[in-house]
Design a protein around this ligand. Structure first.
Ligand code: 6PG
Length: 255
């Protein structure tokens, strides 16, 4: 069963695989609507949830989907080598890109190995040059976000919500606990997207999901600031992540 994504949708799925199937269905439909010769711009996050989704997509890559019509970008990256176990690019390459044989020309990774300030400037320029603009900012066709237990998304952590309002496209940031340098797109880009999917799985996220759904916008919960100004927001949750949400305030996929 597929859903028409409403301005803000919340859908609980019985498994991560069902979320992956929803994502594939969405991509297939959206790519079919693209004018001839145009690419679908997709911005990916790192983390365990995307990894599980990518593994499913890879293991079902025979499912007809014009993967070569997608340009792959990243929401954020750790400032590490692309061969590091910490690299979001490496995780995506191993679990998705290599299997699907995505052409190099369609992969726009963040250079985690580069000096952070200059890389944030370079990547911001790459986005402006390779993603259609809406106003001054790139407008991704789809941004896939994860959600941290602390309410972070992308690499925008509690206490750094000023990054959401930044008029930069990309910024260098530091992880508040580990100090790890990262590059992240800002809220100006996230909230300029055509569609934003939050992919959230696991019971450890149930509490922060409830807080975001119940408490609305909170400066200490960066993910609560995600609100595409003329786009759609869809929360795709597994049953565990949705376990603290009133059943009548979320759609239940029976697919
Ligand atoms: C990163 C991600 C980060 C991630 C969340 C959720 O670079 O770590 O961009 O924002 O999406 O931390 O991660 P999980 O899916 O592993 O819970």
């Amino acid at each position: 069963m597929s859903y028409k994504v409403q301005p803000v949708s919340r859908i609980a799925f019985s498994s991560v695989e069902k979320i992956a199937i929803f994502l594939m269905d969405f991509l297939r439909k959206k790519i079919a609507e693209l004018p001839e010769g145009e690419f679908f711009s997709l911005a990916l996050s790192g983390g365990n949830t995307p990894r599980k989704i990518f593994q499913y997509l890879s293991s079902n890559s025979s499912v007809i989907l014009p993967w070569n019509r997608i340009r792959f970008f990243w929401v954020d990256e750790r400032c590490v080598s692309p061969d590091s176990e910490d690299s979001n690019f490496k995780m995506t390459r191993l679990n998705l890109l290599d299997t699907l044989k995505i052409p190099e020309a369609n992969i726009f990774r963040i250079f985690g190995e580069a000096e952070p300030i200059s890389e944030a400037i370079r990547y911001g320029r790459i986005l402006v040059e390779n993603v259609r603009l809406n106003g001054l900012f790139p407008r991704f066709d789809l941004v896939i976000l994860g959600l941290g237990e602390d309410g972070h998304t992308a690499s925008i952590f509690p206490g750094a919500t000023s990054l959401f309002q930044s008029d930069s496209v990309c910024l260098p940031v530091s992880h508040p606990q580990t100090g790890q340098k990262r590059i992240t797109i800002t809220g100006s880009v996230i909230n300029n997207a055509e569609t934003v999917f939050f992919l959230v799985t696991g019971g450890e996220k149930a509490s922060v999901v409830r807080r975001i759904f119940q408490e609305g916008i909170r400066s200490d919960l960066p993910a609560s600031l995600v609100s595409p100004k003329d786009g759609k927001l869809c929360w795709l949750l597994d049953a565990a992540a949705a376990s603290e949400i009133d059943s009548d305030s979320i759609m239940h996929s029976d697919s």
